[in-house]
Design a protein around this ligand. Sequence first.
Ligand code: SF4
Length: 371
Amino acid sequence: MELWQEELQQCVRTLDQLERFVAIENRDEMKRVLANMRLSITPHTLKLIDFANMADPLLLMAVPQAKELSITPEEMADPIGDDAKSPVPFLTHRYPDRVLVYATFSCSHYCRFCFRREKTGAASPGPSTYDMDIIEAYLVAHPEVDEVILTGGDPLTLLDAQIEDWLVRLRRVPTVARIRFHTRVPVNLPSRITDNLVEILRRYQDATHPIFIVTHFNHAREIATENVEAIAKLVDAGIVVRNQSVLLRGINDDAATLTQLFKTLTNIRVVPYYLHQLDLARGTNHFRVPIAEGIDLMRQLQGTVTGIAIPRYMLDLPGGKGKVPLSHPFVRQTQVSPPHREEGSGVVDANGLDWTADSPFGETVQYVEPT
Ligand code: SF4
């Protein structure tokens, strides 16, 4: 058995195991929380959590809370419409050029804010070989799809042979150029990034058929030596690694924490890609940061954080309507200049557009755009 598999067996999965680290005040309530969303904390993350501090961001992301039982009317079982856009089982086709494929609904570690918690949290079964055949046939029938996102759950919790099976199938479809893995194992189970796994990934990419790893760090304290080493293995093998974070109350909802997260990721060669507004998943409202606050946080980063470290702040619309960027309106059109004006002895073409901009340093700047 490999180290990562041993670590999976050592995860904290029951209340009795959790009680060795943290007091459980109301066991019945906690049982109801776990009935909605299962528990797993990996040994790696256990080492990083500060159990002496009940407000520790890593603790809040991993340890179940009674607040998960409060569900607001706006929250939904399927907050971004995965099922509404699912033409065949285990596949969502929301955008014309790409599909999501749910390779498994298991994860090494269950995040208490998970947006897909109704499936990951309930141990839903993953696709069978028959389902995989149907998915492959769907891709062949839809040549407009040139990107497949293997997600879940966490596809890198599958065995090497299962991962290779997916890669063989996807590379058999000539129109699929890009393959992405959406995974949190580089965060919670870095030992899973074995030499053999990296070699498999490398084998199924070439100069025009890349493989991307999109991972999910939310706080700089999640980036320990083992995580840096796992990322380095991937990047050194020519795999592009990007990161999606989620904006979370009490975890990363201030400019200093986000700055440290995005810069640390950039320093370890991970591209900060998206900062997500938390989806309207049931029982997650205690983690939600208002959109206006999120927009203002991103405004604060503009000009103080190097551009290569700033992700886009995104809202995934309910009902499978797609993602839209959320951003501060730095520039406003203020007036349209008259098309011509007299100057000296002649008429000059001066039909410029006037804009007013907020500079990153707090100044109001006028900008005239020639047309
Ligand atoms: S790793 Fe991803 S899918 Fe799994 S519980 Fe965390 S957020 Fe959900």
